[in-house]
Design a protein around this ligand. Structure first.
Ligand code: SF4
Ligand code: SF4
Length: 133
């Protein structure tokens, strides 16, 4: 009896789960809505068809994980822009400091958590990838 009782209790518990709503979802067909304050992949914002980033390097300087690389260039009319802008997201801690530090409101952390790849290089998110995110 000492063996049967826990067994019956276990079976009863398992059977009771058959009639309760599952807590799992069928990802990727079903997607869970991230929390309001979720910080996901970065986006470089645009305005009037141009990146708002002026390649000042403040985000690069403030990043505690040193994962941002910015290289500036100037247009003939003297407008600065990031010729190269890379975020190594595998080392990013998604603290949001880059977004806070930006004087131009040019970068934000989106709620996109769906980025994957097979090599480390695929996680070196470039300017054009971040602009389309
Ligand atoms: S979220 Fe934080 S760790 Fe990631 S790139 Fe921005 S400042 Fe660096
Ligand atoms: S994203 Fe903002 S802080 Fe970073 S280089 Fe561009 S303008 Fe400067």
């Amino acid at each position: 009896m000492a063996v049967i009782t826990p067994l019956l209790k276990g079976l009863a518990f398992t059977l009771s789960r058959f009639f309760s709503k599952p807590v799992t979802i069928q990802y990727p067909e079903e997607k869970r809505e991230p929390a309001e304050r979720w910080r996901g992949l970065h986006r470089l914002k645009s305005e009037n068809g141009r990146l708002k980033c002026v390649a000042c390097g403040l985000c690069e300087a403030v990043c505690p994980a040193s994962v941002i690389t910015v290289e500036a260039k100037e247009t003939p009319d003297g407008r600065r822009f990031p010729e190269r802008f890379v975020v190594e997201v595998t080392r990013c801690i998604f603290c949001g400091y880059c977004e806070e530090a930006c004087p131009k409101d040019a970068i934000e952390l989106t709620r996109n958590y769906e980025f994957c790849g097979y090599t480390r290089e695929e996680f070196h998110m470039t300017r054009d990838v971040l602009a389309k995110n």
